[in-house]
Design a protein. Structure first.
Length: 65
């Protein structure tokens, strides 16, 4: 399983946190909050988009878990 995780980590962006070891949802929330606060401080427009292309748990092959 480590080989698969290592090869996947190389392909994902640093910002990608879903299903990665030692990456928490709270980290993404804090990052978003910082971005929003800076945008307000700069009096600039900010557009966000949250996409879920596929239901994550439906695509997990449970036998390998």
């Amino acid at each position: 399983m480590n080989l698969m995780e290592d090869s996947l980590d190389v392909q994902l962006r640093v910002q990608q946190s879903g299903f990665r070891k030692d990456r928490l949802c709270i980290d993404q929330i804090v990052t978003l909050r910082i971005i929003v606060e800076r945008s307000v401080g700069w009096n600039s427009s900010l557009y966000t988009d949250f996409l879920d292309y596929e239901k994550a748990f439906d695509s997990v092959y449970r036998r390998t878990l």
